[in-house]
Ligand binder design. Sequence first.
Ligand code: 16G
Ligand code: MG
Length: 537
Amino acid sequence: MSDPIIEAVDKHPAPKGLQYTYGTAGFRTKADVLDSVLTRVGLVAALRSRSLKGKWIGVMITASHNPPEDNGVKLVEPLGNMLQEEWEVLSTEMANKTGGEEVAKFYSDMAAKYNIDLETPARVVVARDTRASGARLLGCVQDGLKAAGAEVKDYGFLTTPQLHYMVRCLNTEGTKDAYGTPTEKGYYEKFGAAFKTALKGKKASGSLTVDCANGVGGPKLTELIKYLPPKEEALEIHVVNDNVIKPEALNVDCGADFVKTNQRAPPSSKTDPNDRCCSLDGDADRVVFYFKDSNNVFRLLDGDRIATLVASFLGDQVRLAGLADSIKIGVVQTAYANGAATQYVEQHLKLKVDCTPTGVKHLHHAAEKLDIGVYFEANGHGTVIFSENTLDTIANYEPKNPGQAEALSVLRACIDLINQSVGDALSDMLLVEVVLAHKSWSTQEWLNTYTDLPNRLLKVTVKDRNVFKTTDAERRLTSPEGLQEKIDKEVQKVRQGRSFARASGTEDAVRVYAEAATKAEAEDLARKVAELVKVAG
Ligand code: 16G
Ligand code: MG
């Protein structure tokens, strides 16, 4: 009898000479060399589910902010977290096996090594973004899943955070931790209702224009709007760049990555000064806000700004609820956070700041150790997570007066409004709107909370980026030898200087970040450090 696994794998042969790596964002590369990877990911997903006694595992087909011709895939753990690191390594090994027989052997070896009973049911949820290659790649995953005998739920098009939500809902259904109804409607109802409750009858000032990167966030936001309170009572949203009929427009001259990298609005943007705007990325797990000020100057409110805004608001509500002694809030950042943001949180908000290496999973793990962990990367990836104890405290606390009752009710609604499974651009966007409405703040007032230090990010091409090894949450280099000392010397030459270099996890390059008291000093420092990196690499 022929082995269905060998058959499925050989139906989608791997291109010769390519090496695949499950990196910070899963597998991601040109879509036309991904078929073999997707079939094997189907096998890994089935094994992972069996290793967890049939819990639902998620497979998301997306390449986020990458160009339209790319695609990718990532696996989601039962509570909506990113794949465990050990399984990232196994996925990489699986992706690089040559043919059907090798893969089938690896599959049974893995089962033996991890004591996985291949008779246990395997359950896998799949979804994809709007890329043209998505349908074909879905077919490849399906072939793998079918060969492994997995039960499959295909949700069609979803944002990445919606898929994480479905996975968490499916695995908690009927338990005391039930997260919601595992349907798209369930998602919209949950977040729409929480938005309404959290607003407490307050109305956002002006309207919000949302650039959807011509990705899956567009149609999903349009749907979500139907579940929000009427715009006259709450928030008027204009959806732009939502053309998913033209997949070649995805992330082109629009979206969160374009705005953050180029520090300007999409060229298509037609807003007036002081109009509030935000941009999602291609799979809607990142969001940044921005506006043109009264002098027509572009102003960015990135992930650092969202973190400080949200941390200050939640801090106020916890205090107003009378819970400041039992609940501590902390903020988690990466080295890319602007020094002024870090200082604002520590000195003005008087909250603890943790710094972790780049990549959502690192921030998420650090945030899990806090009562309330607000974590955002400067690029707009992030969310807030609440510990079990904190959730219990907030759920059970008896308010002593109407003020405490009101704050408690806001906190409870915020918990529902914040997607606990993963950073979610749509949910983060609504949270920002709630905070601005409560504070009656314009974007200018939000911006005025502190002044960013001028900074510069450069990309340096080197012979081998793997020789660049870091410590201290990527803030210092341990290799190449002697390079860090040279960087330190340059940093000391400028006022309020800070600089670091790290190998990119997604591109073949080393990234250099520098900030200083003035633009000229920051630019100069970045250039000098880039030069040092180039010579050393
Ligand atoms: C990935 C990460 C993102 C990080 C970026 C850094 C996830 C889901 N995504 O896109 O958080 O900021 O990589 O890219 O973890 P780099 O290593 O090229 O600088
Ligand atoms: Mg993304």
